[in-house]
Design a protein around this ligand. Structure first.
Ligand code: FES
Ligand code: FES
Length: 163
């Protein structure tokens, strides 16, 4: 009878630059980037909502582009630069989007907020949104079950006008 332990894939060593700091870790091949961040690197600002690519709560920036970290295998991003909500503030000053979310009261429970802000940072970098309708369209992958959408859009408009 086959020894099943022979069939367990080995852990794979990967290196990520997370919020400017190089981190090395060994993961089993099916570890998502989300689980690597939360469970292995203790960066729990990034939230797990659906774990199926449907809510956007897990959004982080990978090499500057927004991705759903629950749909991304950590091993696929070996060598990448990852920015999470913990990495947006600089020298004790909130990122303009973080400040705008505070200014516009753009959250209630806050569970979706890290994903909203990281997604909005990706949106601003893309430079494709010109007005509130386009912000709504291009942020449609980030759900807010509290329904804070009007304030979220207002916050992103503020950050966009100042960027
Ligand atoms: S937790 Fe990743 S999209 Fe919902
Ligand atoms: S603030 Fe509660 S889910 Fe968005």
């Amino acid at each position: 009878m086959a020894d099943l332990t022979d069939q367990i894939p080995e852990r794979i060593a990967i290196s990520l630059v997370v919020n400017g700091v190089r981190r090395t870790l060994e993961v089993v091949p099916w570890t998502t980037l989300l689980d690597a961040l939360r469970d292995r690197l203790q960066l729990t600002g990034t939230k797990k909502g659906c774990d199926h690519g449907q809510c956007g709560a897990c959004t982080v920036l990978v090499d500057g582009r927004r991705v759903n970290s629950c749909l991304t295998l950590a091993v696929m991003k070996d060598g990448a630069e990852i920015t999470t909500i913990e990495g947006l503030a600089k020298d004790g000053t909130l990122h303009p989007l973080q400040q705008a979310f505070v200014d516009h009261d753009a959250f209630q429970c806050g569970y979706c907020t890290p994903g909203q802000i990281c997604s909005a940072a990706g949106l601003l970098a893309e430079g494709r949104a010109r007005d509130a309708d386009e912000i709504r369209e291009l942020m449609s992958g980030n759900l807010c079950r509290c329904g804070a959408y009007p304030n979220i859009v207002a916050a992103i408009e503020q950050a966009m006008s100042r960027s």
